[in-house]
Design a protein around this ligand. Structure first.
Ligand SMILES: Cc1ncc(COP(=O)(O)O)c(C=O)c1O
Length: 400
């Protein structure tokens, strides 16, 4: 009898984590490596939030809590949805988990039966299809190329819906492309969904606050209020509040779904860290002004990276609306040979040769389901980014 389950054989380990680990390994060997693969802000957690965590420890708030979140945090989340999105939720419609990832995992595990389909615009965040597979569902990926700005069109959504569609899994601004949907673009999608009442909407709003220029974030239940009864709105404190290590994510949706997610969590991790929950109360309820200050830094870096990549031979880099990623197209590099002699047969070969020859770690597009591309996370210092861009340019200019 094999030790490992068949379920596990359906999924692969996170390629973004694998790339970050490879960069760490090379650095440990003394190589000069610039990491552009990690999906987290390089800022520290703001002091007033960290202090709330310390206070929670000092006050003895270190015991088990309610499985899916302390009442204080659920109330803060309801207030956040009202303030930022104009959405009315009660604490009973809110679930708190160990990061947005666990919340998404709970929701898919709690709802998918064999044969259930989940529509995933592609490129996608690496975990979506694997979690769907783990839950026994079928990912239905829809290729959204550079021609539509990496956005799914209403026609594509309509064509992907079948009687077996359980969820439409939506992410704006997107990891890995940074593409965001305007109110009108989202309304065109919700109009399609209104014609298919059996389809539920899972919206991953993790990058809500990381937006630039004229782009205005909006979320499906806000754009089409009658969809709210079949929408799970997922969010978290990891990205906007620089709290990736605290592991707090949350969602709001219909009560029966929230109860099912809590049931699952009660038999896996139980409550997320009590200390982190108190810090998240402060994050959501305390001063928000640092977000704009951080965004100004991200926007400057975005512009730096987009301009530099568009200067590289064979590379086309659209300007994203948000998050801290760019997803350049490298069609013009495929089929060539690097200065170090590597055959650039696909985007994985490109990323591997770039790491080995120039010491720059990026994640290849195939990991996100759309090639040939690579993802740069520009959540790193201006100096590191500038140097990385010099190296990427040298690498691309050296392709023959
Ligand atoms: C689109 C998206 N959703 C969810 C998550 C998960 O966030 P968390 O760290 O809160 O689990 C991430 C993290 O990379 C993400 O990029």
């Amino acid at each position: 009898m094999p030790l490992l389950s068949e379920t596990l054989s359906r999924v692969k380990p996170s390629p973004t984590i694998a790339m970050t680990n490879k960069a760490t390994e090379l650095r440990a060997q003394g190589r000069d490596i610039i990491g552009l693969s990690a999906g987290e802000p390089d800022f520290d957690t703001p002091a007033h939030i960290a202090e709330a965590g310390r206070r929670a420890i000092a006050d003895g708030k270190t015991r088990y809590t309610a499985v899916d979140g302390i009442p204080e945090l659920k109330r803060a989340i309801c207030a956040k949805f009202k303030r930022d999105n104009g959405l009315d939720y009660t604490p009973a419609q809110v679930s708190v988990g160990t990061g947005g990832k666990q919340v998404l995992y709970n929701a898919l595990m709690a709802t998918l039966n064999p044969g259930d389909e989940v529509i995933i615009p592609t490129p996608y965040w690496v975990s979506y299809p694997d979690v769907v597979l783990l839950a026994g569902g079928t990912p239905v990926t829809v290729a959204c190329g550079i021609d539509t700005g990496f956005r799914i069109t209403p026609e594509q959504l309509e064509a992907a819906i079948t009687p077996n569609t359980k969820w439409f899994l939506f992410n704006s601004p997107s990891n890995p492309t940074g593409a965001g949907y305007s109110w009108e673009e989202l309304k065109a999608l919700t109009d399609v969904l209104m014609r298919h009442p059996h389809v539920w909407v899972m919206t991953d709003d993790m990058y809500e606050h990381l937006t630039f220029g004229d782009f205005r974030f909006c979320t499906p239940a806000q754009v089409e209020p009658t969809l709210k009864d079949r929408t799970l709105t997922v969010n978290g404190v990891s990205k906007a509040y620089a709290m990736t290590g605290w592991r707090i994510g949350y969602a709001a949706g219909p009560e029966p779904l929230i109860r099912a997610m809590a049931k699952l969590q009660s038999q896996s991790t139980s409550n997320p860290s009590s200390v982190s929950q108190w810090a998240a109360v402060e994050a959501l309820s305390g001063p928000q002004d640092f977000i704009a200050a951080n965004n100004a830094v991200f926007e400057r870096r975005r512009d730096l990276v987009v301009a530099a990549l568009n200067d590289c031979a064979g590379v086309t880099c659209p300007v994203p609306d948000g998050a801290f990623y760019v997803y350049p197209d490298i069609s013009g590099c495929i089929g060539k040979t690097s200065a170090g002699g590597a055959a650039i047969t696909d985007d994985e070969a490109f990323a591997t040769a770039l790491l080995e020859e120039e010491g720059v770690a990026v994640v290849f597009g195939a990991a996100f389901g759309l090639s040939p591309n690579f993802r740069v996370s520009y959540a790193t210092s201006d100096a590191a980014l500038t140097e990385a861009c010099v190296r990427i340019r040298r690498f691309c200019d050296g392709l023959r």
